[in-house]
Design a protein around this ligand. Sequence first.
Ligand code: ADP
Ligand code: MG
Length: 277
Amino acid sequence: ALRAHEIVAAETPVAVPDVVTPEVIEVQNLTKEFVIRGAGPRGEKLLAVDDVSFSVKRGTTLAVVGESGSGKSTVAQMVLNLLPATKGRVLFDGVDTTTLNREQSFAFRRRVQPIFQNPYGSLDPSWSIFRSIEEPLRVHAVGDAKSREARVRDLLDKVSLPQSSLRRFPNELSGGQRQRVAIARALALQPEVVVCDEAVSALDVLVQGQILRLLNDLQAELGLTYLFITHDLAVVREIADDVVVMQKGRLVEHASVDEVFENPAQEYTRALLEAIP
Ligand code: ADP
Ligand code: MG
């Protein structure tokens, strides 16, 4: 079977390296310092992410957990190359993403896609579902209008939404349906990595389970790699292979899901686990 990026490469040339590394994402000494305006003459500095290193193996899911404000979303933004790092770097397939030129960044966007939190996920509330899912295809000039529509319809099937959803708008759908649309949109360009930032956190437990099942099925079918950010350890067990625990910007634990649940090394991780209802 072809890997996702090979199918993309057959349609449109994309910078795909000859060597495919087993560690698709490598985060090295990643650090982010924010300057908070207003406090003092030069502002106060906040170390949101402090010397964090981890890697994600191709085809697996790494969960990043930690309480609110621990730096998870800041890590996600830097992995997505949407926010520059103060120090450290992110390697994608061995290539430093902080040094990409415009063209390379554009190609990179095809290969790493985000899914954000509800209510609207990664969707613009003023756009129809069709427009939302088609947009990445249009931006990256994939096919003509007719083939793009066929692709959008195909994506709807993939996430088990009725074709009649195409003319609807996000506020006409349930939270779970909206996240299905966000998943379809994220998959439009056949990425290798999907970064999910609190992608199921706003959903009730039943719908959460359905979306996690969909993500698991898609991973098995497409060989996707997930970086799965969540404050909720209960969902980690359903989706992740490995877990990184963050506390106040620092990585305090990195282990397999089984190790973390059965024998957490850190007091902080134990406290997080005890907070699961
Ligand atoms: P989490 O996703 O784990 O809840 P975040 O990464 O969103 O944490 O935030 C980590 C810390 O950085 C928090 O203290 C937050 O207030 C701060 N922060 C996040 N983004 C910014 C920003 N753009 N400017 C200033 N501070 C920020
Ligand atoms: Mg966050």
